[in-house]
Write a protein that binds this ligand. Structure first.
Ligand code: XMP
Length: 511
């Protein structure tokens, strides 16, 4: 239906960024592995193909290569970084390792007028990250731009719409990158900009109605962005046929159940089935202090509670999940399988067990697009831009054994921290912020009296996807103010520390 741009992934860390930038320009893009077969490519009818970067050198014996027939499709192709080397190699140019790795900012000097550089300023800054470079071009290729260190920063085929860039236009340090990508999309591939979160909403409502018919759909509503946007979208599509189930594990943020109800104020007819299972979760965690064991118990208990509640709706045929595009992309990893560091609370086995068909209305979207869809669906900002929260909840933020009193203590501390972030206009300055309750007591003075109460830690990090993270550098007076409020208002806490460890080496959560 839409003009589609195909991105072949050769393993670059920036591949998803290319897809997002293309979509921001209004063109639907899909990522597939580098060796995606030509038959499947033909079925897609892409308007153009982008070849991504890669950690490999083209001369490496295991260097990833696309299906050679892509060159016969006669559609526009843009090679970026390693993709540039593929273009060079295919057309007989010479690629060689360069003496020094080029990494960082550079200025492009435009050497020839071309539609790919329309409205791009000469000397504009671009982002480089490569070790190999194109040494000599072949006669069918034409140089378009250079930088101080690369004679061939951009080139094209003399007659075909095939382009190659040594730099990364998708990275925001490439100041003209968005314009160059747009030029490729619109001047060269002649795509129509017909993809937007708004069009997505309209089309998925129609698709959901067609798929579901008059059946009922169950959804696990967690209060996070993904399941909430999925709920709003499904409710728009099928109204009362949607059954959102919210399981209160007793390990959630302060006053969470009420807050979730309030966040759906634009949807008064959304009838959320709230299940208070806090007693069950807390008793199954009684005396358990091993982090992995806590996670497993919570995962199991969640499935048990959810299944039991869902069984009250025997006529339901579907289970909706807020799966996003990054979970769906077949990832190309040359670094080898990464070890499981923590078992994440995963309810992926549910639909099979419950004999329900799966419906994943957000599986084409990136997180930032889900947020835009949420805004389009009139969900409030405090929900759409909510920090991530782990499935096992406060259980992994209470070090050691968990009980009701500790949960309540931590909820109060966390609530002070988060509400102050909003008041100081700092909530959006951090990717995720929370408090941790430590199993340590320390000596303090309260008035004239000696106290011996617990220590809590505050943690706040900046991250893109949670894989790596940097500590958020809050103003010191803010941290001091929060610490004062916590010690003054939360009986049982007498000391506050701020965690300044990045990830790696530490993970974001403490357990
Ligand atoms: P870590 O602690 O692994 O966390 O650095 C990375 C991100 O994942 C969140 N997290 C979880 N999310 N279930 C979830 O849904 C989990 O079991 C879980 N454990 C950690 C964490 O809050 C951070 O955003």
């Amino acid at each position: 239906m839409h003009d589609t741009l195909l991105i072949l992934d050769f393993g670059s860390q920036y591949t998803q960024l290319i897809a997002r930038k293309i979509r921001e320009s209004g063109v639907y893009s899909e990522i597939h592995p580098f060796n995606y077969p030509i038959e499947k490519i033909k079925e897609m009818h892409p308007k153009a193909i982008i070849l991504s970067g890669s950690p490999f050198s083209i001369g490496h014996p295991n260097a990833p290569k696309p299906d050679p027939d892509i060159w016969e499709l006669k559609i526009p192709i843009l090679g970026i970084c390693y993709g540039m080397q593929l273009v060079a190699e295919h057309f007989g140019a010479q690629v060689a390792p360069s003496e020094k790795r080029e990494y960082g900012k550079a200025k492009i000097l435009i050497k020839a007028e071309d539609p790919i550089f329309e409205n791009v300023q000469n000397n504009s800054q671009v982002w480089m990250s490569h070790a190999d470079k194109v040494q000599t071009l072949s006669p069918c290729l034409k140089i378009l731009a250079a930088t101080e260190n690369s004679d061939h920063a951009a080139f094209r085929h003399e007659t075909q719409p095939i382009y190659a860039l040594q730099f990364h236009p998708e990275v925001h340090h490439s100041l003209c990158g968005k314009q160059i990508l747009a030029n490729f999309l619109f001047n060269i591939a002649h795509c129509h900009p017909d993809w937007s979160p708004g069009s997505f909403v309209q089309e998925s409502i129609a698709q959901i109605r067609k798929l579901v018919g008059s059946d009922r759909v169950i959804l696990g509503l967690s209060g996070g962005v993904d399941s909430s946007v999925a709920a709003a979208l499904l409710h728009q599509a099928i109204g009362k046929q949607l059954i959102p189930i919210f399981v209160d594990t007793g390990l959630m943020r302060y006053d969470e159940a009420h807050r979730v109800r309030d966040m759906f104020r634009a949807y008064p007819s959304l009838d959320i089935d709230f299940v208070d299972a806090s007693t069950m979760f807390l008793s199954s965690l009684d005396g358990i202090s091993d982090p992995e064991q806590k996670r497993k118990i919570i995962g199991r208990t969640f499935i048990e509670v959810f299944e039991k509640e869902a069984a009250k709706y025997p006529d339901a045929r579907y289970l909706a999940q807020g799966t996003l595009y990054p979970d769906v992309i077949e990832s190309v990893s040359f670094a080898g399988p990464s070890a499981t560091i923590k078992s994440h609370h995963n309810v992926g086995g549910l639909p099979k067990k419950m004999k329900l068909k799966l419906i994943e209305p957000l599986r084409e979207l990136f997180k930032d697009e889900v947020r835009k869809v949420g805004v389009t669906l009139n969900l409030p900002e405090e929900l759409v831009y909510r920090h991530p929260f782990p499935g096992p909840g406060l259980a992994v933020r209470i070090i050691g054994a968990v009980d009701k009193d500790k949960v309540s203590l931590l909820q109060k501390v966390d609530e002070i921290f988060i509400s102050e972030l909003w008041k100081w206009n700092l909530y959006h300055e951090t990717w995720q912020a929370f408090a941790v309750l430590l199993p340590i007591q320390s000596v303090g003075v309260m008035g004239d009296e000696r106290s011996y109460d617990q220590v809590c830690a505050l943690r706040a990090v900046n991250s893109v996807d949670g894989m790596t993270a940097e500590v958020t550098e809050f103003p010191f007076d803010f941290l001091q103010h929060v610490s004062n409020r916590i010690c003054n208002e939360v009986k049982g806490i007498s000391r506050v520390v701020y965690d300044i460890t990045s990830k790696p080496p530490a993970t974001i959560e403490w357990e």
